[in-house]
Design a protein around this ligand. Structure first.
Ligand code: SF4
Length: 226
């Protein structure tokens, strides 16, 4: 039976990505295969130790249904380390839209579904920056499954990370039609957001969206469950 190791479930605005500012239900699952230098969810890295509860698929489904929102954000940790497919299919058929926030180092759902994706699912996939210390862990094969509904996200600390972003954008031709949306945000407190705007302007990256993590602006940046 599928088990889900839960860090927290709550509702709030999406703080980043293409649904920024809209209410969603968040399901934070524990366990991550990476250890990024700037990780802000270190309380959810160890699957068993950090879980506050373990739910069956039906129990998690009921928790989700208790919230009024049709937008879901599965995050972590690394949510794709959990057996999500059946749950996503059920929810997708009921009109829920699921955002899977993945770290880019593990196979996407299509690998297990012969190239298919559960209905009403999109990915927000990190491209790990050099400063994360995890850039070598990227699974570049994932890029072939991403389309215009999906987001690739760069979290940057400085110029080297920005140059790496530009290289990836050029290599995968992400600055054009029919490709995933591209978002860049600063590691909180490590670089002025203005530097990102300057970079995007200087390199004429017309389709790169600069953003800050809205929840860290609205609330104390260390606050959980918001
Ligand atoms: S992938 Fe995400 S959850 Fe995992 S260590 Fe990196 S920032 Fe933290």
């Amino acid at each position: 039976m599928a088990s889900f190791y839960i860090s927290e479930i709550f509702d709030s605005i999406d703080g980043e990505g293409k649904r920024t500012g809209y209410m969603a239900t968040f399901i934070r699952l524990t366990g991550c295969n990476l250890r990024c230098s700037y990780c802000d969810t270190i309380y959810a890295l160890d699957r068993e130790k950090d879980a506050v509860e373990v739910l069956s698929e039906n129990e998690l489904y009921s928790c989700i249904k208790a919230y009024p929102w049709k937008r879901l954000t599965f995050t972590g940790g690394e949510p794709l380390l959990h057996p999500l497919i059946n749950l996503l299919n059920r929810l997708g058929q009921e009109g829920y839209e699921s955002n899977i926030e993945t770290n880019g180092s593990v196979p996407l759902l299509e690998e297990k579904l012969d190239g298919r994706r559960p209905d009403n699912v999109f990915y927000t996939m990190d491209i790990k920056s050099l400063s994360s210390g995890m850039s070598q862990q990227m699974r570049w094969d994932n890029m072939k499954w991403l389309g215009p509904k999906d987001v690739v996200k760069f979290v940057v600390s400085g110029d080297k990370d920005l140059d790496q972003m530009k290289k990836v954008i050029d290599e995968y031709q992400l600055d054009g039609e029919g490709h995933p949306l591209v978002y860049v945000s600063p590691v909180f407190g490590a670089i002025e957001p203005k530097s990102l705007v300057d970079y995007v302007k200087a390199h004429q990256l017309a389709n790169v969206c600069v953003q800050v993590q809205l929840h860290k602006v609205i609330w104390d940046p260390t606050m959980r469950g918001v």
